[in-house]
Design a protein around this ligand. Structure first.
Ligand code: PMV
Length: 328
């Protein structure tokens, strides 16, 4: 029996969030959203964004609904405009999006959001997602939506290159059984957007040049650790990268501190786990949450330790997931 055909002009995409192991912080070109440093991330399976885009001739403007509420978001319209330009489509779109992560809480929903939106819009115009991934103009659009978003187009371990602004898969999700245990340590949106935080750090932190200058060696180290499937080595460079990024932020004027007291409590737990022989390494983004990289076998012990710090239900064990995909 043949599948019922998808109505023309509509598509639904899923994109997982990605957590950077070697971080991106700072831009070398603000207009094109080109990063000052390369980065390396893990796309997660259990957390992300599902978005349906329908190009509808009866609409006189784009309509964007996120988690049940209609919003005005110029970034959504800009991304849709970009796709319309590339695909020569003129119709406006209805966008219905649902986050499976807390929005704007430092859990990177802007990356999965931009990736899912771009993928769904592209597919809704009849485009093939594999072709989109190979299309520089498409990657550029996704990156303008959110600097870390192109990484969510691929699954597993993914690299975003500083020089080209392009993205490439490093290791597929199934090739290394890693876990990222995510402890959500606050509610509500972050205090300073990453866009604003990056600009302030670059403009005022005396540690910013050292962050950028010492970064390439971390990328080399992380690539070697991945090639050798050496988790302690990858964990160590991951922690170094996040602490250096936060050090650069702390040196900004006024200082940027995304951590709260529970962030430090969670970091203590991770250190104690390691002292007890459990392989666990922490990373933090532009928010107070702590994400812990570990082997599948250690995930339960890590989750139990973080549950002593996070509210009930706020610890998620996530595994490596696929890149953005179109759902039937
Ligand atoms: O993509 P943005 O603008 O939300 O920036 C993401 C920055 C960090 O999450 C802090 C680090 C990273 O590489 O993901």
């Amino acid at each position: 029996m043949s599948q019922p055909a998808r109505p023309a002009g509509t598509a639904t995409a899923w994109a997982g969030i990605n957590i950077a192991l070697v971080k991106y912080w700072g831009k070398r070109d603000t207009a094109r959203n080109l990063p000052a440093v390369s980065s390396l991330s893990l796309t997660l399976a259990e957390m992300g964004t599902r978005t349906t885009v329908t190009f509808d001739p009866s609409l006189t403007a784009d309509v964007f609904e996120l988690d049940g509420a209609v919003r005005d978001d110029p970034r959504v319209v800009a991304l849709l405009d970009g796709i319309r330009g590339l695909r020569r489509v003129e119709r406006h779109a209805r966008v219905v999006s649902r986050n499976h992560v807390p929005t704007a809480s430092g859990l990177a929903s802007s990356a999965s959001g931009a990736a899912a939106l771009a993928a769904a819009a592209w597919a809704a115009t009849g485009g093939d997602l594999a072709a989109a991934r190979a299309d520089r103009a498409f990657i550029e659009l996704v990156r303008r939506g959110s600097g870390s978003a192109p990484r969510s187009l691929y699954g597993g371990l993914v690299e975003l290159d500083r020089d080209s602004g392009g993205v490439r898969p490093v290791l597929s999700a199934g090739a290394w059984d890693l876990r990222m245990v995510v402890a959500r340590l606050a509610r509500g949106p972050k205090t300073t957007s990453s866009r604003e935080g990056m600009a302030r750090t670059a403009a005022t932190s005396p540690f910013y040049p050292a962050w950028v200058g010492s970064h390439p060696a971390d990328m080399v180290e992380a690539r070697e650790a991945i090639e050798g499937r050496d988790l302690p080595r990858l964990g160590a460079v991951m922690e170094r990268s996040t602490y250096k990024m936060h050090a650069a932020m702390l040196g900004a004027d006024p200082p940027l501190r995304y951590w709260n007291g529970r962030t430090l409590d969670a970091l203590d737990r991770v250190q104690a786990l390691r002292a007890a022989g459990v392989g666990a390494w922490a990373t933090m983004d532009a928010g107070p949450h702590v994400k812990v990289l570990c082997a599948a076998d250690d995930a339960e012990a890590v989750a139990a330790a973080l549950a002593e710090v996070a509210a009930p239900g706020d610890v998620t064990v996530a595994s490596a997931g696929p890149g953005a995909l179109i759902e039937p």
